[in-house]
Write a protein of this length. Structure first.
Length: 209
């Protein structure tokens, strides 16, 4: 029997993850069965179960992949000296992540933002998934805190605000932007960058009048 190449294995795994993402984004986790996933990817049960033991493992793999991409993007920025400004940084990382998912659609619209909202909802009743998300977001928050520290050391950001507070705010902006995409439809990440740039331009005196 001919040996299956790693490229083939990776492509098959990608096919299954993307198909599962479409199913979860379309109907939610609880309304989606493994049979639905098999039908979406047009593979046998044996072919799918070779990679994933079931629906829970599929969900975890999707979440880990996305959080890994986001974390990697911000880690790359953290290694820069100085890091790019927040507006460019957030828009760049979000654009990159959204671009990797743009081919995965539901009813002609990107599935990724809807999938993100489904994941957040599922964490309210799935402690294992919630723990996975907390760990992933914790890693992103730690990286952002280091980026903020670099801004403060360079004198480009005020130093009287704890870095973690800024990190949580920037994460909230990115998460809120994804929620808007799910509710209101696709919008380029540059829109978020523009908005952050405008907010960053407000002088301290405006808030103290």
């Amino acid at each position: 029997m001919a040996r299956v190449s790693q490229a083939h294995l990776d492509a098959r795994r990608r096919q299954i993850l993307d198909g599962a993402a479409v199913c979860f984004a379309r109907n939610g986790f609880h309304a989606t069965s493994m049979h639905d996933v098999l039908k979406e990817v047009d593979l046998s049960a044996g072919a799918v179960y070779r990679y994933f033991s079931g629906k829970e493992q599929l969900i975890a793999a999707i979440v880990e992949e996305v959080l890994g991409q986001v974390h990697e993007g911000f880690e790359e920025a953290a290694r820069s000296s100085p890091p790019p400004p927040p507006d460019l940084l957030v828009a760049s990382v979000l654009s990159r992540v959204l671009a990797t998912k743009e081919s995965v659609t539901v009813d002609g619209r990107p599935a990724f933002p809807r999938l993100v909202v489904q994941v957040w909802t599922e964490t309210l009743r799935n402690e294992e998934l919630a723990a996975l998300l907390r760990e992933g977001y914790g890693a992103v928050r730690e990286t952002w805190s280091r980026i903020v520290g670099a801004y403060q050391d360079a004198g480009t950001m005020r130093s009287d605000v704890p870095p973690e507070h800024v990190a949580r705010t920037m994460m909230a902006a990115a998460m809120g932007f994804l929620a808007q995409q799910a509710l209101l439809g696709p919008t380029p990440a540059e829109v978020l960058g523009d908005g952050l740039r405008a907010l960053m331009s407000v002088r301290d005196e405006v808030g103290t009048r």
